[in-house]
Design a protein around this ligand. Structure first.
Ligand code: ING
Length: 310
């Protein structure tokens, strides 16, 4: 018995400040069609898939950054994604900057089924970087300036043949993200990331080390929660800032089973048998049999680390 979902990860190459939504959507449609031609059931797009990674730019007047946000989804620019998905019978997950009707700003991901219904919405909880201009940085990372922390928690949805969850970029660095979804029986976590190749605060840190961190987080999340993880990069040089590639699909054993080879638009595909999650969920990671929550209190009662007194 197998419950195979053929997953496509549609890695984006760089998106420049001057690239229109229409131009970008055309690139995403190209990859969606490629995925559908390959009989994929779902295609995952990257973080801020419609625009350049605009949090690298400081703007005193936050209102001036609203042009990077989507009011309403679908909207005129993205409707072709929904129409084509319905026509081709493929689901998709898209990450974009959301401006809500009541003027809240989130880094948001949606899960859309094969009938083009939005069945899930997630808003990025862990916002890295800072809210004010920091001159000591080689470049800025102002997600805390332009987004509010997500207000939806880490939900999962039973759809398209399995239990699916989402998270965004920096979320993958926090084990709590995967564990909260693991405690809901997640079988496939889909995430997008826009991650600088180098560290703005540690120039000596190599690209190889940064890629190691990237894959380590996702592989650990997959294995420790007995689920598949699909990670989708925005890669390449955006306005002189290099973003890492490394899009991948990882099995419940934490092994990378598909890996992007380029820094461009690239579709990678893998048949993810969701039943492969069952063995580890019933043995090594049978949470109910092995976890001792009476000892875990600090994880949700204390925010920062408090070392013992000197
Ligand atoms: N980008 C980066 C990420 O978490 C970062 C920011 C990089 C934080 C490296 C810490 C270390 O992958 C986004 N968009 O979250």
């Amino acid at each position: 018995m197998s419950r195979t979902v053929r997953v496509a990860v549609a890695q984006s190459g760089p998106i420049q400040k001057t690239d229109s939504r229409e131009h970008v959507v055309a690139r995403l449609l190209e990859m969606m069609k490629q995925a559908a031609a390959g009989k994929c059931n779902i295609v995952l797009f990257t973080e801020l898939a419609l625009t350049t990674f605009f949090p690298r730019y400081y703007e005193e007047d936050r209102g001036k950054m609203d042009d990077w946000f989507e009011s309403g989804m679908p909207n005129s620019a993205t409707r072709p994604l929904f129409d084509t998905a319905r026509e081709l019978g493929i689901g998709f997950s898209l990450v974009f900057a959301e401006l809500t009707a009541d003027q809240h700003h989130y880094n948001t991901q949606i899960l859309v089924d094969t009938q083009a219904n939005i069945v899930g919405r997630y808003r990025k909880v862990h916002l890295p970087g800072h809210a004010e201009y920091e001159p000591e940085r080689a470049w800025q990372h102002l997600e805390k300036r332009y987004f509010e922390p997500g207000n939806l928690g880490f939900p999962v949805w039973r759809t398209m043949g399995g239990v699916m969850g989402m998270c965004i970029c920096n979320d993958r660095r926090w084990p709590e993200t995967f564990r909260v979804m693991g405690l809901q029986g997640v079988e496939l976590v889909m995430l997008g990331y826009n991650t600088p190749t180098l560290n703005s605060m540690k120039p000596e840190e190599t690209a190889a080390t940064r890629m190691h961190h990237n894959h380590l987080c996702m592989q650990a999340g997959a294995y420790q929660n007995a689920c598949w993880v699909a990670g989708c990069a925005k890669a390449g040089d955006e306005d002189g800032h290099d973003l890492m590639a490394g899009s991948c699909i990882i099995n419940p054993d934490g092994e990378i089973v598909a890996l992007a080879q380029s820094n461009e638009d690239e579709v990678i595909v893998h048949d993810c048998d969701l039943d492969e999650c069952a063995f580890l969920k019933k043995t090594t990671f049978d949470f109910d049999a092995h976890r001792r929550i009476e000892h875990y209190g600090l994880i949700s009662s204390q925010t920062g680390a408090v070392p013992p007194p000197e």
